[in-house]
Structures are given as C-alpha cells and as structure tokens.
Design a protein around this ligand. Structure first.
Ligand code: GLY
Length: 377
C-alpha cells in the first residue's frame, strides 16, 4: 500500500521519531549488552547466548538505516562479534539462530556487504538445516540442556527462523536450504494449525519414526491453548514462507490465523497472553504478540494483489500499531523501553506485563515498513 495524505499518519511519524530517539540514547545507555526485559525503564543484560540477542543489534540497524549514524553501526558490529562465541560454541545452540543472526549478521551483510557477516549467516543457516529431522520433516527446536525429552519437539516459533534458510538458499544458489524450510512449513500446516485457525506451541513427534505424538502446552495455557505470541509467530512466519515460495496454502494459513487473532483483540489492540486465558488471568497481556502481528500484516498486505484484502490487512496493522502507541507506549524519555505490557512466559510466571526487546523491535520495524520498505526477516 502506498502511504498517502488522507491516511493521517502523524501519530506513526511521532511514534517513529520517539522510538529512534530512544535508540539513539540507548547506544550509550544499553551499549554492548544484550537486553531482554526492562524493569523501571532499564533493560537487563541476558548475554549473547539467549535467543533474543539479535534484537538490539536489529534495532541499531533499523536506526542506522534511518540516520546513517556510524555509532550505531559500530555498536551493532561489536555485538555481532560477541555472538561468535555462541555460534562457534555450537553444542548448546538451538533453532533460534534465525531470530539471532537475521537481525544482526544477515542485515549487516545486506546493508553493507560485509563478507564476515555473510559467513556468520551461512554458518547459522547450516546449523539450522542440521537440526532437520528427516523422518518427521520438522526442525528440532531445543537441545537436551533445555529438556532431555525434546529430541522430537518442534515449536511454532521456528516459523520465524526458517527465513534464514530461504536467505541462505538464495545466497548460495543451492536449493537444499529451501527444501528444508518448505518441508518444515508444510509440517506446521499439517500438525500445528488447528481447524479453528489457532496453533499449538509445541508438537512432539517420535524422533525415530517421525509420527506425531501430541501437542504440548509450552508457553501457552495448556495443550489446547492459543498462546498469543505463538499465533503471531505463525502469522508472520507463514507470510514470509508465502513470500519466499509463492505457495497459496501458506497465504491462506497466514490470512486465516490472522483473522482469528484480529477477531479476538480487545479494543486497545493488545491481546491477553493466551486467547483462551482464564478470566482470572486476564490482567496478563502480551504487547509483543501485537507488535509482531502488525509487522507481519504489513508484510502480508505488501505481497497481496490489489484489492479489498490488501487494504484490510494494512488497515488492521495500522490499528494495532496505533493501539500500541496510544495505550501501551512508554513516553518517558528516561526509559530505555518503548512498548509496555509484554509477557515472556506466564505459564512459568516469568516476566509478566513488562517491556520486552522484541516488542520494541517489531514495533519499530513495522513503523519503518510504513515509511518505506525495509525488511530484515
Ligand atoms: N521464542 C520464545 C518466545 O517467543 O518466548
């Protein structure tokens, strides 16, 4: 969709300006650390090995693209280098290498042509491809350190990691990576997406035969739940799989699961942590699911043919972003954080209704998409 005067996007310009200003201040305030969640406006440091380590570099690259401020480039590169110990450490590395190296090394390579970054991206992609279980046609999520029983577990979040494989395939002109990404996405369609257009978080397969065993609750309420962020990963991830393959089934799944998400949003546009939450837990929100979905819907709209659906998803994305800015944005200049009320893991009561770095990342990414095309994933 082309942005035009009649859309009245002054709020979006203001939100982007404020977010860029926070990133600029955070160059000194956060510096060479790996933020995850913020308390009292100050981000913690979760270290380079945690799955969110790419998002602060990602924010710096978004900021660099807008401003050409070399301090952001230098810091993003320093963080990228710190992540090498994790990539080369290998043994405890999991499937979240897309979340980690797409917004850091791969974007560095795309924007600056840095060859060292390209190698990092390809190493990460090879690791992800190596996690593919041929019998079950899924990518294994975690390692034995997380759970010794997880050899047959795939999780919905991986839909946001497979874009790394599509990138690697294009980069090497070798379809192996593409085939694995496509096979995994097909498995998600078959075994994760339910007939009511919700998704399971974890699906457990027999790692030897590849037979599906059961759904597991994971970060959702239970095995039959509709965890809001899982739904967001599915919407954005299926959209990206459609963009890369042109497969209509992926587009249909992205639209259907988005329709479920949109139909269950409260007025302020931020979902409860799980769409099937118990009433007593309805104080728990997940703004990061809203931010990720908004960015995914802008992507979906951008690759659709002209028509009412293209307009519909664009407008819904705007509505979510506006809701986030008007009701859930931390306006204090002193706060490092942007988006309030994200929830990391309510099933384990970890970090409830707090700013989360990927909420800030997807919010900023979406605002920049509104302004002009920039897509890291
Ligand atoms: N990828 C883990 C999460 O969404 O919390």
């Amino acid at each position: 969709m082309e942005r035009n005067e009649s859309m009245n996007l002054a709020w979006a310009d203001q939100a982007l300006e404020m977010s860029l200003s926070k990133i600029e201040k955070n160059i000194d305030r956060i510096g060479e650390h790996f933020p995850h969640v913020a308390y009292d406006g100050v981000y913690n440091d979760q270290g380079p090995a945690f799955w969110v380590s790419g998002f602060w570099p990602g924010l710096l690259w978004l900021y660099y693209e807008e401003t050409k401020d070399e301090r952001a480039l230098d810091l993003a590169r320093a963080l990228e280098k710190r992540m090498d110990e994790v990539l080369d450490g290998f043994v405890t590395l999991h499937h979240d290498v897309g979340f980690m190296w797409l917004p850091s090394a791969v974007i560095d390579y795309k924007l600056t042509g840095n060859e060292t970054s390209k190698v990092r991206g390809l190493k990460a992609a090879s690791h992800l491809a190596g996690r593919f279980n041929l019998a079950g046609r899924f990518i294994r999520a975690w390692t034995d350190e997380v759970d010794p029983n997880s050899k047959g577990w795939a999780i919905i979040d991986c839909m946001m990691n497979i874009p790394l494989l599509f990138w690697a395939s294009r980069e090497t002109k070798d379809p192996r990576f593409y085939h694995i990404a496509e096979a995994h996405a097909d498995t998600v369609l078959k075994h994760f997406v339910r007939s009511d257009n919700t998704t399971a978080h974890i699906v457990s397969f027999d790692p030897y035969t590849g037979e599906k065993i059961e759904n597991l609750g994971g970060q959702g309420k239970d095995a039959d739940s509709a965890w809001a962020r899982g739904q967001a990963w599915l919407i954005y991830g299926m959209t990206l799989a459609y963009r890369e393959t042109g497969k209509k089934d992926y587009c249909t799944a992205a639209k259907n699961t988005a329709n479920y998400f949109l139909a269950h949003l409260p007025e302020d546009q931020v979902p409860y942590w799980d769409f099937r939450t118990d009433q007593k837990d309805q104080f728990v929100l997940d703004s990061s699911a809203a931010a990720c979905t908004a960015s995914g819907l802008l992507e979906l709209s951008s690759i659709m043919e002209d028509g009412p659906e293209k307009i519909f998803y664009y407008e819904k994305a705007l509505q979510i972003l506006k809701g986030l800015y008007e009701h859930h944005y931390d306006l204090s200049e002193n706060s490092q954080a942007m988006i309030l009320h994200g929830t990391v893991n309510y099933a384990k009561k970890k970090h409830v209704n707090v700013p989360i770095i990927y909420g800030d990342y997807f919010f900023t990414e979406a605002l920049i998409k509104l302004k002009h095309e920039t897509n890291i994933f």
